[in-house]
Design a protein around this ligand. Sequence first.
Ligand SMILES: *Cc1c(COP(=O)(O)O)cnc(C)c1O
Length: 367
Amino acid sequence: MSQINVTRSSMPLYEEYCEEIKDLWESHFLTNMGVKHKQLQAELESYLDTSHVTLYTNGHLALENVIAALGFPEGGEVITTPFTFVSTTHAIVRNGLVPVFCDINDVDYTMDVTKIEELITEKTVAIIPVHVYGNLCDVDAIEAIAKQHNLKVIYDAAHAFGVSRKGVNAANFGDASMFSFHATKVFNTVEGGAVTFSDDGLVQKLNDLKNFGIRNAESIAYIGGNAKMSEFHAAMGICNLRHVDEEIQKRKTAVEQYRKRLSGIPGIRLCSDQADVKHNYAYFPVVFDGYKYDRNAVFAKLGEHGIIARKYFYPLTNNIECYEGYPTAKVESTPTAYYISERVLTLPLYADLSKEDVDRICDIILN
Ligand SMILES: *Cc1c(COP(=O)(O)O)cnc(C)c1O
């Protein structure tokens, strides 16, 4: 039996990519915001229906840079979720800010908006929620709280490419959003990422920060790093963007098959589609909550059959060794996140996952 990985990167046809990069052999212009970079940026602004897209080498540096660009005072507190990839928490701490962990809700696993206000102090500067698994946060409630307390909102939208609510793309919520174009995401540029935002004043700053702060050969405006997307990565993005809608459609078909097989089973909890939301079917999380086998047993059993699921997200970022000394890093303060992280598995999901493979996975789980 062949192995099934939790994900499989989307790729264009080999010939399509070769055709796309052909002109780079004429121009010898390989990076530094060239033709492909400009084209991908414009195409994403259109696809995501948003005013500004700034491209990055990866999603993590995109998040670090947008936090830096908003210029928070050192030691400021940022309300965030521990139910995420370490990148979210690292980006806050690496900017000299303090993560304050808010619990998640029990339905879609995004930030529990009823728990945000009690965490706000005079030091709070921002909220960084995550559209986890592509499930949108309660953006209206978060916006209302942020407005009332004069806080910035940056969404970690790494999972939310192509997601929209009532026709508004996820790229347009909060002060800014970060997308990851890592190989494992719904849309990839191999490695890559972006910040989306509407404030014209951020354009120059973000461009400066990803290119050493260089304005021109004799003017260095900021102490920036290097996080530029190369022409080869941008070319991969141009190709993959042509097929992403079709890929999302295929993911949906696989999800529907999973739901057909696994819904209504006592002790197995699935996420359902959110009202008014067009989903991207980025992940298929399953919570084993009183099922005849626990999460770890299912994980091990799948592994014996060559099926690689993922304990995602486990452990919580407030329960990992590098944050041990942080006063706010306590799982007791985020009981729902802790509960879910102990019981969740994301099952294999990618565009070309066949109905037979989904059935094989479900057969192993169910018997
Ligand atoms: C993938 C991911 C990131 C980081 O993106 P990279 O492109 O891998 O740097 C950040 N946050 C979340 C939730 C992610 O899933």
